[in-house]
Design a protein around this ligand. Structure first.
Ligand code: GLU
Length: 506
């Protein structure tokens, strides 16, 4: 891999909808490579296909990158010297290159209408516009010069297509796949400039990578079949010396390894595939994203980095800065990476456990505000210490700590009713009085009082701990019951025991 030029990489999404985790991984690998080499990470919006354009998708992409902490150095929002950064705004710049290719004999005008091509497709299901049939179609290679000039002068709609060589191969060194070879005769004559004057992806990507001085291209493996077309364009346009180095990233596979992970797999198997919630502007349907599912951006980024990369050790836990430091193309695998949601959750759990409480507190405060609760930082801190180790997601805080904010809605009285006795009622009535008289309200005092009283009653500790827990939290869960009692405060504890006694005896 040569690094003579300044490293400049680009993430070039099409604004067509929610951002798939594979897309974010492409952005991340570009970013890591750039930052590892003190280079630039550029965001370019590839919106030349106006039929697939979706309002809001570009803003969504910006927000995803910001959420992941991988901010572009140059983008439509933050233009550098080589803008515009949206292809639609670069429209006037492309035709000259398509015309240049016609002049040099590497491209041609095609006058076939959409209907004519549809007709061909009906006749031949595997129809491809290529060296095999181009001479029987309506283009500047098959028609005579006078007719072509006439059609052009009359302004007949036309596209410009690349003329793929009938013979020969295109080969290149992929940074991940090493030597890759394609036979050009197997590739169709791709449209470069559409009838509306917009370039297709193939022309735009080459012209823009050149204009933006891109040094390395990291993109998904699904673009590998397009690489020979791009390489020929670099060559035909006379830019071969400046061509970027290519790296086609391994696919992210379905959990069972059978094919590429799609949004539908997420819907089917119940996990997110998009980075953040995406609401389709036409249908209004919302697809849940990793962010809203409760992933910390640090965990999401860490998990993505491990889909197809490792640092050569068993280590799996990395901060973004560590990833920048350790990232190396040599350690990107060729094989597809299976997506495992349980593993993704493991990353989030690990990140929650390792994140200092003061960073989690604001996130939990926000969760509580959603529930209509304003909680003091001190209280959240105390509760976090009790339930953090049970949390995989921030939202789990509520499941494990809601009873500290509101009395349980229902009690699992069935767990204690069958063995309930009058002695137990008497015991709890007495303990209420004992607690009410107690000033020092710490777990250890509460425990001593509770156990002393049991000793006097002739009952067993084991018989009374569970009822106490159920009265305080509603069920058989939670941390140490005396710590819960301390945290709830005396008044709440007394009130909940009174309430519990009523329900159990009902
Ligand atoms: N616009 C393409 C996409 O949506 C970019 C492919 C490339 O990086 O060349 O993924």
């Amino acid at each position: 891999m040569s690094l003579e030029k300044k490293v400049r990489v680009r993430f070039a999404p099409s604004p067509t909808g929610g951002l798939h985790l594979g897309g974010v991984r492409t952005a991340l690998f570009n970013y890591l490579f750039a930052k590892h080499h003190d280079g630039d990470f550029i965001l370019r919006i590839e919106d030349t296909d106006q039929t697939r354009f979706v309002a809001g998708a570009e803003a969504y992409i910006n927000e995803c990158l910001a959420w992941c902490g991988i901010a572009p150095d140059e983008s439509p929002e933050k233009p550098g010297a080589v803008g515009p950064y949206r292809q639609s705004e670069r429209k006037p710049s492309y035709r000259q290159y398509a015309e240049q290719l016609i002049q040099s004999g590497h491209a041609y005008y095609a006058f076939d209408t959409a209907e004519e091509l549809d007709e061909q497709r009906k006749l031949q299901p595997n129809f491809r516009y290529s060296h095999e049939n181009r001479m029987s179609l309506r283009n500047s290679l098959s028609l005579d010069e006078a007719e072509v000039s006439k059609l052009l002068a009359e302004g007949h709609p036309h596209t410009i297509r690349i003329k793929m060589p009938e013979e020969g191969t295109v080969s290149f060194e992929d940074m991940i796949r090493e030597r890759v070879v394609f036979e050009t005769k197997l590739i169709d004559d791709k449209v470069l400039l559409k009838a509306d004057g917009m370039p297709t992806y193939h022309l735009a990507v080459v012209v823009d990578d050149k204009a933006m001085e891109i040094s390395h291209v990291f993109r998904g493996e699904e673009w590998l079949p397009s690489a020979p077309v791009h390489i020929l364009l670099w060559e035909y346009l006379g830019w071969k010396q400046e061509m970027p180095q290519w790296a086609h990233l391994p696919l992210i596979l379905k959990p069972d390894g059978n094919g590429k992970l799609s949004k539908r797999d997420g819907d089917r198997l119940g996990f997110p595939v998009y980075a953040m919630n995406w609401t389709d502007p036409t249908s209004g349907d919302t697809t849940v994203g990793f962010r809203e599912k409760g992933f910390l951006p640090e965990a999401f980024v860490n998990m993505l980095a491990m889909l197809g990369w490792n640092d050569g050790t068993e280590e799996e836990f990395f901060t973004l800065n560590q990833l920048i430091e350790k990232f190396s193309v040599d350690r990107i695998s060729k094989a597809g990476a299976k997506f495992d949601f349980e593993k993704a959750k493991w990353f989030n759990r690990e990140w929650i456990q390792r994140t200092p409480n003061e960073e989690l507190v604001p996130k939990i405060a926000a969760l509580l505000v959603e529930k209509g609760i304003q909680a003091a930082v001190e209280k959240i801190n105390t509760l976090l210490a009790l339930v953090k180790d049970r949390m995989t997601f921030i939202a789990d805080f509520w499941e494990h700590a809601s009873y500290f904010f509101q009395a349980p809605e229902s009690l699992d009285s069935a767990a204690v009713k069958p063995k309930w006795t009058a002695e137990k009622t008497t015991f709890f009535e007495k303990i209420i009085t004992v607690f009410e008289a107690q000033d020092e309200w710490a777990a250890s005092n509460i425990e001593t009082l509770f156990k002393d009283k049991i000793a006097q009653s002739g009952l067993k500790v084991g018989e009374l701990m569970l009822p106490l827990r159920i009265m305080l939290v509603g069920g058989k869960f939670g941390p140490d019951v005396f710590v819960i009692a301390e945290t709830l405060g005396k008044e709440q504890v007394v009130q909940r025991i009174k309430n519990g006694l009523r329900i159990i005896q009902d």
